[in-house]
Design a protein around this ligand. Sequence first.
Ligand code: ZN
Length: 126
Amino acid sequence: MASDLVCWKCGAPFGDIPMPLARAAQCKSCRAALHCCRQCDFYDTSVANACREPVAEEVQDKTRSNFCGYFRPKVDAYIEPDMQPAAKARAELDALFGLIVPGGNAGQARTPEEEARAKLNELFKK
Ligand SMILES: [Zn+2]
């Protein structure tokens, strides 16, 4: 069912794109080529040529439309980018530092560590 298929690049549903997929078919949302390896059920980065179909000719660009006769559109071809662990950690750190930004203690020569400890002590006193 075409309605179950989504663009490998942006996740937009195929909608009424005619099946079988034309070689020139494009995503209506992001204009990505849809008759390409990334959209294919045989696409697998863990195997040679990133293709599980051993007879298929190697396709250099996995994101452009190909002439592959083995092309089979994959349901759930779209892979959501992971929540970047580094970005998440930084956001948490920012939140932490937001908590311990030195306040109106001008003149007091505290190191950031001392400042943090003081703030923490205040928190725990409550
Ligand atoms: Zn798309």
